[in-house]
Design a protein around this ligand. Structure first.
Ligand code: GLN
Length: 193
C-alpha cells in the first residue's frame, strides 16, 4: 500500500485526502518537512500560489521537495500546485519549485472569471472529465521533448505530465470522478520514482 501526502500549508487539502483514501492508498496531511520521509508521493493542492510559496520558503519545503523530486518520487500539482511546479511564471514573477519544464500564466481565464466547469477530453480516455476551474492558470509553453500534453481547453494546455511530475490547471478533487487521482496513483505503482 502506498502512502500519499498532501501538502497542508494552505488550500484545498481534505478533498484530496478523501480521494486518495477512496482509491485504497494511505493519505497524510503534510505539515512539516520530516513527513516527506514517510510518503511515496505528494499532491500540491490548489489555493493561492504566492501564499503557499511563501509558507513553503519559510518552512524549508522548497529545498525539501526539490530533494524529494530528485529521488523521482511522484509530485502532482493542481491549480496553484501547478504554478508551484512550473519553471517559469508569465509576467516575470519568480518561480517557486521550478521543477517542471512548463511556463504558466496565472489567472489565465481573466480575473473576472471566478470559476466554471468544462467537459474536458483527455488523451486516451473515452469519457470526458468534468473539470472545475477556479481562478485557474494554464500552460502557455512547454518543452515538447520532455512534457506530455494530456488535455487542453480552448487550445490551452491544462493537464500535462513530465516523468514523475503531473500538473493540472483545474480541481479534480472537487468532483466525484477519481480518474485523475487514479492516474497519479498509477504513476506511483509503475515505479517512475
Ligand atoms: N489563482 C491562484 C494562484 O494564482 C490559483 C487558484 C487555485 O488554485 N484555484 O495562485
Amino acid at each position: 500500500q502506498f502512502t500519499v501526502g498532501v501538502l497542508a500549508l494552505q488550500g484545498a487539502v481534505s478533498e484530496h485526502l478523501q480521494q486518495i483514501e477512496k482509491l485504497g492508498a494511505k493519505a497524510v496531511a503534510v505539515k512539516n518537512c520530516a513527513q516527506l520521509n514517510e510518503i511515496d508521493a505528494i499532491v500540491l493542492p490548489g489555493g493561492e500560489s504566492t501564499a503557499i510559496g511563501k509558507l513553503m520558503r519559510n518552512s524549508g519545503f522548497i529545498d525539501a521537495i526539490r530533494d524529494f523530486s530528485q529521488q523521482e518520487k511522484p509530485i502532482f500539482g493542481t491549480c496553484a500546485g501547478m504554478i508551484l511546479l512550473a519553471k517559469h511564471i508569465e509576467g516575470g514573477e519568480p518561480s517557486h519549485l521550478g521543477l517542471m519544464d512548463i511556463v504558466v500564466q496565472r489567472n489565465a481565464f481573466g480575473r473576472q472569471v471566478e470559476s466554471f466547469q468544462a467537459s474536458l477530453s483527455v488523451q486516451d480516455w473515452d469519457q470526458p472529465f468534468p473539470a472545475v476551474f477556479i481562478r485557474a492558470p494554464y500552460i502557455t509553453r512547454f518543452n515538447e521533448s520532455a512534457v506530455e500534453k494530456l488535455a487542453e481547453f480552448e487550445g490551452n494546455v491544462v493537464l500535462a505530465k513530465q516523468g514523475h511530475l503531473l500538473a493540472c490547471a483545474f480541481h479534480p478533487e472537487l468532483t466525484a470522478d477519481l480518474r485523475i487521482m487514479r492516474l497519479f496513483l498509477e504513476m506511483i505503482k509503475s515505479g517512475c520514482r
